[in-house]
Design a binder for this molecule. Sequence first.
Ligand SMILES: CC(C)(COP(=O)(O)OP(=O)(O)OC[C@H]1O[C@@H](n2cnc3c(N)ncnc32)[C@H](O)[C@@H]1OP(=O)(O)O)[C@@H](O)C(=O)NCCC(=O)NCCS
Length: 290
Amino acid sequence: MSIRPLPGEAEGVEASAIPEKNRIGALVVAARNQIPTAPASPGFWVGERLYSSRNRLEIGSVAGVGSEIVIDIYVWTLDVDAHERERIRGHLSQDERGRAARFVTQRDRERFVAARGRLREILAKYAACDPAAVAFNYNPHGKPRLRGGGPNFNLSHSENLAILAIADSAEIGVDLEAIRPLREDIAERFFSPTEVLELRGLPDDDQVKGFYRCWTLKEAFVKAVGMGLTLPLDGFDVSIAGPPRLNRLASEFGAKEDWSLVQLEPSPGFVGAICCRSGGLSLHLRRPPT
Ligand SMILES: CC(C)(COP(=O)(O)OP(=O)(O)OC[C@H]1O[C@@H](n2cnc3c(N)ncnc32)[C@H](O)[C@@H]1OP(=O)(O)O)[C@@H](O)C(=O)NCCC(=O)NCCS
């Protein structure tokens, strides 16, 4: 899940190699009754809103130069009925079933099954095989790839919602966060001084959403790179207000202009971001039927 609980908390899973500095779970004020719930039907896209380097736009194209990179975006609810969950569970490998079993709460077990099973169903269409036959390789930081080749993909889930971005020919990362109340000093703990300055310049009412915009853009980048939160979040800058872009980047990751960022609101109460190593090419964003 995107907001990662710390050891000893009731939810979540698996020990991680994420530096303490990059964990925000304990800093999020738990206020379950304030968590927005996503619509119940699968395959929805509420609002059809995206923020890109051209500000708000419908699903379509993000300008670049020359030919384009096609990105397919899928959004689905993780709260499915027992019958559907059992059907989806049938796709999971032994490893995945074992992983599901290690979640502390039943709700997290069920949501993991709904995320992983649906991921397999979607990827199976691209790999032209059965969902159960989809096989993954993982990089040293856990980023999955399709074994045997195929498009790049990345998954994110938060609360009861999942988002999957599939790019035909580029490294991709995606992040999704449910907007929840935050402790006031959280930006100072994770963001660069430049980002904190930009965030604090926003009106009071935009502070929480601004935080999540910044967080999701940064996490989408570290997921596109494949290092996840082992990469220090204050080691690069993204823009917070206005068109999303990388403002500062270490040379080992290439030129800032090689990376495209898209901000989106896949459902009320959620903020998401996609990062793609586009090499300056245009992005063609699609929402295929589920
Ligand atoms: C990747 C990471 C940022 C995801 O954080 P999160 O906010 O909890 O989770 P999200 O919902 O956004 O994304 C989870 C999905 O990202 C993908 N993912 C996992 N590791 C990834 C990585 N290094 N880069 C990109 N994507 C990754 C998986 O599909 C995962 O789905 P799953 O949990 O169902 O397997 C975080 O787990 C991390 O930093 N991991 C690296 C830790 C590490 O190096 N571990 C080494 C041992 S594997």
